[in-house]
Write a protein that binds this ligand. Sequence first.
Ligand code: NDP
Ligand SMILES: O=C1O[C@H](COP(=O)(O)O)[C@@H](O)[C@H](O)[C@H]1O
Length: 497
Amino acid sequence: MNIEHNPKAVIVIFGATGDLAKRKLFPSIYRLFQNKKIGREFSVVGVGRRAWTNDFFRENVKESIESSIHAPEALEEFSSHFYYHPFDVTNPSSYLELKDVLHNLDQKYDIPGNRMFYLAMAPEFFGTIASNLKKEGLTDTQGWSRLVIEKPFGHDLPSAEQLNNEIREAFSEDQIYRIDHYLGKEMVQNIEVIRFANAIFEPLWNSRFISNIQITSSESLGVEDRGRYYEKSGALRDMVQNHLIQMVALLAMEPPIKLTTNEIRSEKVKVLRALRSISGGEVNDFFVRGQYGTGQMNGKELPGYREENNVDDISNTETYVAGKLMIDNFRWAGVPFYIRTGKRMAAKSTKIVVQFKDIPMNLYYRDGENLDPNLLVIHIQPDEGITLHLNAKKSGGGIFTQPIKMDYCNNCIDGINTPEAYEKLIYDSLCGDATNFTHWDEVALSWSFVDSISEYWQTQIADFPNYASGSMGPKAADMLLEKDGFHWWPITDIVEE
Ligand SMILES: NC(=O)C1=CN([C@@H]2O[C@H](COP(=O)(O)OP(=O)(O)OC[C@H]3O[C@@H](n4cnc5c(N)ncnc54)[C@H](OP(=O)(O)O)[C@@H]3O)[C@@H](O)[C@H]2O)C=CC1
Ligand SMILES: O=C1O[C@H](COP(=O)(O)O)[C@@H](O)[C@H](O)[C@H]1O
């Protein structure tokens, strides 16, 4: 792995007129520029079918930055690096013109032929774009060429394999950067550091001391304007196959022998290989699905999923998933990893709770007084930090215990400077660091895990809707833990479960 810290490149954004480019990509590239992670030697070429001019595109870029960053500076200079090249990506002849544009920009900005092709478009175009880039010689330069790909990477294992084969015709695995934006989140990246840089956690990080691990990624928003996509996806494919399984892998992996891309990925792959597969008949024992109905949030009446735009009024699509994952290896045998994610839940929050086993004998037990289990809570968002739940002596006479918390707040210190996930991932891909991107082996294993669940669900009509908007999901998700003697730990102090 050859990581370059002062990247010089032309970034080509396919889908530059779309929502992702505007909301995430332009502001992230701006922050890299503002923080001097990229210097003057860069250029961005936007591709879309709309007949925009360079000036119109630059106005759009400026608008996107102004709407997301307070008092941005040097916007004129920054946006002058942006160019727009309209064409339909299915038209092979346009790639030669793009090639000339890129060549001229190399010369203008003193860029040594480095190209980052960012595919912010629907996946059905990935293969066509990759093969045209290669065929027309756009990857044939003195510098490097990388392909950055947005999700969804297929909708099941066969479609992901087909997509992968198409792009692998033109790009090798080490040129492909598959985005999972959760891997760019500060506290997701912190999981490894918390585990492997602290003598107090690693010896306890196994089935002898941990009773269960819970990962919640709840959203308060509904499906918004993505009904068409979401109807075919659902929460299992949209969130579990990628973000939640990636967090499980980071929590469960063995310490890598070195902090290199290959070593870390290979440890994550081993976890995914040990993930117990769930056959059709077992799905109901391990997984619960839900769909939001009408409800209330902050005094506002909210529609159910089936009333949303572009959603079938008898839709069988799940907007909520809870599951129990078992990792059949030496470290984790018998420890459930509970996951849950859903739309229109009571709060927007992503949290990991590591629950330690009870001590063998409670010396402080008195009637009506119990020791709480020790918990390590990793707050991913919106708050970032860690909390350790302990028991301590109550002040005053006698030996009475009380639960206490030790808190570390990451974004209280770094505040608004905590880099956004996309900013970090774009920077990593420009630098050639693929650690926080998913390798094909990870993608394939996680699809194969979720496929057996979704195949079973497709054969069964669900009794939807089964949770109210603004709630914490269906009751059956509580039962999933209760039958093992556990319960979901609340995700915020305000949300009652
Ligand atoms: N938006 C988000 O927050 C997220 C999006 N994603 C993924 O990113 C990708 C893009 O999403 P999003 O930006 O929301 O989608 P949009 O529908 O907003 O944008 C699609 C883009 O593709 C371009 N496009 C479509 N067909 C062609 C074509 N034949 N030739 C050239 N350009 C074309 C459109 O340009 P034009 O109309 O000018 O032709 C537009 O710029 C999707 O795969 C999505 O799943 C992933 C995570 C989050
Ligand atoms: O990938 C996706 O993630 C978002 C949630 O991301 P977050 O960073 O806001 O937690 C989700 O809303 C979307 O449906 C999904 O495609």
